[in-house]
Design a protein around this ligand. Structure first.
Ligand SMILES: [Zn+2]
Length: 439
């Protein structure tokens, strides 16, 4: 048995000092036990036990990046240039489509491996990769129809990150509109062909989730079939919705209801489902999310970058809707910054402080950590997100001596991390008990 021995461990009961984290052969946490007895004596360990001391470090669960389009990392910086006289989400999408056209399996692999390493260095141990660039630029499948997804699987293995591949279904440009030329490589000819690719990826042993791209890109019969498959196979289902007002308007015009109402009608909402963004959800839609126990994934740095708007954070909390985070376009990779911007944009929306909290008397730190870890793990169907026996040993060591954290106490350490620090305080990262990053 191996044991990690940091100064502090963040457990479901809060910070604990001098706890040993036992790691088993399967990459899970076998147990948490005190290093010392009450009289100060060292607890005896089994013969052959290896203890790795981590002085000056605190262990957190690894962060879960629920929503990534890894290739969009190539747009960092580039996409700030003017595309038109009035740049919006839609003009940004043109730049993104141009980048998507340039991809081939090799370029995708190289970009993904580097970006997944960047994620690990920032403290993300799991990524949900919402992958939609499937086929050749003219739409013809590669000789192996999942070649691009296989490039991502290989990149994740080589980087050492835990990957859940959210295989996107795409059929058209918008309600009643065929796919644009630059969308052809995203599209499958039928929902049966799409589900066939899902099955082929699962046969490779990959962790797979369903991902109908959006109500714009996928017709109702596809939504129903994919949701039924998700329920039958107990697989997570992720979908973009309500990111931009134009999507809501076209949904109302085509279907007579809003996107989340359409998803409810097609039985897409539920505890296995995560809606990405929900920025412009109205009260009826929020009630549908709450009653179906659907998760919402927020991507505050991307939503800020694209000018999407500020989501209705207070309503999410009031209705008990679980929130997770994603780096989405990968314009920034830093879970502390991502979560800080969730709280900061909420403050800007409501003109008050302390919005994302677990209770009236709480500070934001513990709730932000739950969004970054536990809720994200649940959204991807991964048994991580908390440091407790039986969970995956996906861990992040924080440098307690970093100048950004000077003055910390166990009462304020999480708040110091989220409001005063960046991913620079991450010193080491483990995935399934294996160290995959050290600074
Ligand atoms: Zn997205």
């Amino acid at each position: 048995m191996r044991y990690l021995w940091p100064d502090y461990v963040y457990t479901p009961r809060g910070w604990q000092r001098d706890l040993l984290v036992a790691l088993d052969e399967e990459g899970r946490i076998a147990g948490l036990q005190p290093r010392f007895a009450a009289d100060g004596a060292v607890f005896p360990l089994p013969e052959g036990a290896v203890v790795e001391p981590l002085p000056g470090k605190a262990l957190l669960p690894g962060f879960v990046n629920v929503h990534s389009h890894v290739f969009q990392r190539a747009l960092r910086g580039l996409a700030q240039r003017p595309v038109s006289g009035h740049d919006t989400f839609w003009s940004w999408r043109e730049a993104m489509y141009a980048e998507a056209q340039r991809l081939d399996p090799e370029r995708l692999y190289t970009l993904a491996r580097a970006t997944y390493r960047e994620m690990l260095a920032a403290g993300y141990t799991t990524v949900g990769e919402f992958h939609y660039v499937h086929h050749q630029p003219d739409g013809r499948p590669y000789p192996s129809p999942n070649l691009m997804a296989e490039a991502l699987l290989q990149a994740a293995r080589d980087a050492g990150i835990r990957l859940v591949i959210l295989l996107a279904a795409y059929a058209r440009n918008d309600f009643g509109q065929p796919a644009l030329r630059e969308q052809r490589r995203f599209c499958d000819p039928s929902v049966a062909a799409y589900l066939g690719r899902v099955e082929a990826l699962r046969a490779l042993g990959a962790a797979v989730g369903l991902a109908p791209h959006s109500v714009r890109a996928v017709p109702e019969d596809w939504l129903r079939a994919i949701a039924a498959y998700s329920r039958r196979e107990r697989l997570p289902l992720h979908i973009h919705a309500d990111e931009q007002p134009a999507e809501i308007e076209s949904c109302l015009a085509a279907c007579g209801c809003r996107p989340l109402e359409l998803l409810a009608r097609c039985e897409v909402l539920g505890p296995l489902t995560t809606v990405v963004h929900a920025t412009h959800a109205d009260q009826r839609e929020l009630a549908l999310l709450a009653s179906s126990r659907t998760c919402v994934c927020l991507c505050p740095t991307t939503e800020g970058d694209l000018g999407d708007g500020i989501p209705p954070y207070r309503d999410f909390l009031a209705q008990g809707i679980p929130l997770a985070i994603g780096s989405d376009s990968n314009t920034r990779l830093d879970p502390f910054e991502e979560l800080r911007w969730a709280e900061y944009t909420a403050r800007l929306r409501y003109g008050e402080r302390r919005v994302l909290v677990a209770g009236a008397a709480a500070s934001p730190g513990p709730y932000l950590l739950a969004c970054g870890c536990e809720h994200g793990a649940a959204a991807l169907g991964v048994e991580g997100g908390r440091l407790e026996p039986g969970r995956l040993a996906d861990l992040v060591a924080i440098d307690l001596e970093h100048p950004m954290l000077q003055g910390w106490t166990t009462e304020n350490l999480l708040d110091s991390l989220f409001f005063g620090a960046s991913a620079e305080v991450v010193r080491a990262v483990w995935v399934a008990g294996k160290q995959v990053y050290v600074r």
